[in-house]
Design a protein around this ligand. Sequence first.
Ligand SMILES: [Fe+2]
Length: 192
Amino acid sequence: MKHHLELNFPFQIIKDDIVYPEYQNIWQFAVVDATNYLTPVALNFFKQLGIDDLYCEFIKGDPNQKCNIHVDGRIMDDGSVYVRSEWAINIIWGSESSKMFWYRPHGKDLRRMMGDTGITYPIYYPEEVDVIEEYTVTGKPLLCDISTPHNVINFDDKIRWCMSIRSKSTKLQWADACKFFEQYSAEQQITA
Ligand SMILES: [Fe+2]
C-alpha cells in the first residue's frame, strides 16, 4: 500500500493573510487554531466530511535541512507507540525542492526523542531503516501516512512551510483515509 496520495481540491485551503509563528529550532512545529489558518470553505469541507476535530501543525523547515526519521506519535510508559491520527493532509509552500521519504525499520528498535512539548516520540537512525517510498513535493495537497517512519528533506535555499491538517481522533486509519479521500485524488482527476 502506498504511503501518499496527491490531492486536488477545487478551492483554496489556506487563508491569504496568515500569521507565521516564531520558531526557535531548525525543524519546528506549532499547533495552530484551524479557524485562523484555513479558509471558511476548507473548514466547511472537512466538517461536511464528518471531520469536526481538526488539528493543525504549522511546520517550518529551514533551508537545506532534514528532519529526524520519526513517527507522529508518542511513546507510552509501557514502550508502545500511540499514534493519534495516522493521516495528514499537508499543504506545502516556500521551498521549490523538497522530498518526503518513508522507511521500514530493520528491527523493532526505536530511539526516544524528547520534543519541545515534553512528549517523547519515536525516531529511527538512518542506518537502521530502508527507504520504501519517496515523493517529490509538487505543491499539490498531499495526503500522507504519518504512522509509518518518515522524514522530509528541504533541498532549497528557501524555508519550507507546511500546514499539516489532521484529525484529533484515531477513527480513520491510513487505509480508510486513502479510500475516504480517493475521490479527490489528483491522479484520478487527470485521467478522468
Ligand atoms: Fe511527521
